[in-house]
Design a protein around this ligand. Structure first.
Ligand code: MLT
Length: 334
């Protein structure tokens, strides 16, 4: 009888542990702005894989690709109020909610993947992460590196600022990017990312800018012909988690999330290193024409940096912050 009671108790205990564990198992809902094949998807997959591994299969995440859960900027609002767990989106779509991250979108600040890694993974990245928690209610847990945003359009080769005149270019709803195109002499059209393919297809706009990987994943080659290899912004696309959701996790779970984020960041840099050249070739094979800007992009650089940098020193935290950023990547102060 005693042993029966003991084994009954053991069964009950096991059942109750299992039910605790089933109740605690989490499947995080992760919005992704881009479609399959994008660097955002690569980061998301690496994150989910690492999280499953670190939690012994208890926690996972589901990616909702291609803006299914709303525009990138909307997902920040949803994560802030806790109705969405996570989102992977371009940093330029976080800036309206937390202006200091704008430093990553200032034209010609980040000049390589190495600059991007240094800035995001060092003290500046840490500070900006804290700012987004306070300003926007979201925490950056991983960084995606997607490469330089290249200009595409359906009308003509663009090699100079003069060539750009007359084109209607879509930009994200981001003041820094709007002002950069104004410095180049045109008035761009701000449009949500989730509406951009349709905007290009219906020729409401002639062009846009995004990295090779994004152009390919979004199949922009179906509606765009010309690519200009400008390098004004190196696209950084964080994975953010709702701070409310994060604070609702145990210390151990938080640790796992942060660790999985680090692994996803490393995987993202590797994805770019492994795939960018091949993806550029796919764009050529799909019939795109890729041109370099003339004179080493000098005119684009001069106009953009002279007009745009000083205008945004205050919003990114002052001229000292700008100089701290430049110093971290070995550049001269302003
Ligand atoms: C945008 O252009 O709004 C974004 O960079 C798109 C993206 O997330 O790839």
């Amino acid at each position: 009888v005693l042993s029966k009671i003991a084994s009954g108790a053991a069964i009950a205990l096991t059942a109750s542990i299992m039910s605790i564990s089933a109740a605690d198992a989490k499947n995080f809902k992760i919005a992704v702005g881009d479609s399959g094949g994008s660097s955002q998807e690569a980061t998301g997959k690496a994150f989910v894989e690492a999280l499953e591994e670190l939690s012994g299969g208890e926690h996972t995440g589901t990616l909702f690709l291609n803006g299914q859960l709303g525009s990138e900027q909307d997902t920040v609002n949803e994560a802030a109020i806790g109705t969405l767990d996570m989102s992977i989106l371009a940093i330029n779509n976080v800036t309206p909610f937390s202006p200091t991250v704008g430093v990553f979108s200032l034209p010609y600040v980040i000049l390589s993947l190495e600059d991007a890694e240094k800035l995001t993974q060092g003290p500046i990245g840490q500070e900006l992460t804290e700012n987004t928690i306070n300003d926007a209610g979201v925490r950056i847990i991983a960084w995606t590196y997607t490469g330089f945003r290249r200009l595409t359009n359906s009308k003509k080769p663009v090699k100079s600022v003069a060539d750009l005149q007359g084109l209607v270019i879509r930009v994200p709803k981001n003041e820094i990017m709007i002002d950069t195109y104004k410095a180049w002499g045109i008035s761009p059209t701000p449009m949500a990312w989730s509406e951009t393919f349709a905007g290009l297809q219906t020729q409401v706009v002639d062009g846009q800018d995004n990295p090779y990987t994004t152009i390919n994943a979004m199949k922009f080659y179906e509606v765009q012909k010309y690519v200009t290899n400008i390098r004004y912004i190196f696209s950084i696309e964080p994975l953010i988690i709702s701070e409310q959701v994060f604070q609702g996790l145990s210390a151990e779970e938080q640790e796992m999330i942060l660790e999985a984020g680090k692994k996803a960041t490393a995987a993202s840099a590797q994805f770019l290193r492994d795939n960018e050249a091949e993806i550029k070739q796919i764009l050529l094979d799909e019939g795109m024409q890729i041109d370099d800007p003339e004179n080493n992009e000098e005119e684009f650089i001069k106009l953009a940096t002279e007009a745009v940098w000083p205008k945004f020193y205050d919003s990114i935290g002052g001229i000292e912050k700008m100089n701290a950023v430049l110093a971290e990547i070995g550049r001269e102060p302003v």
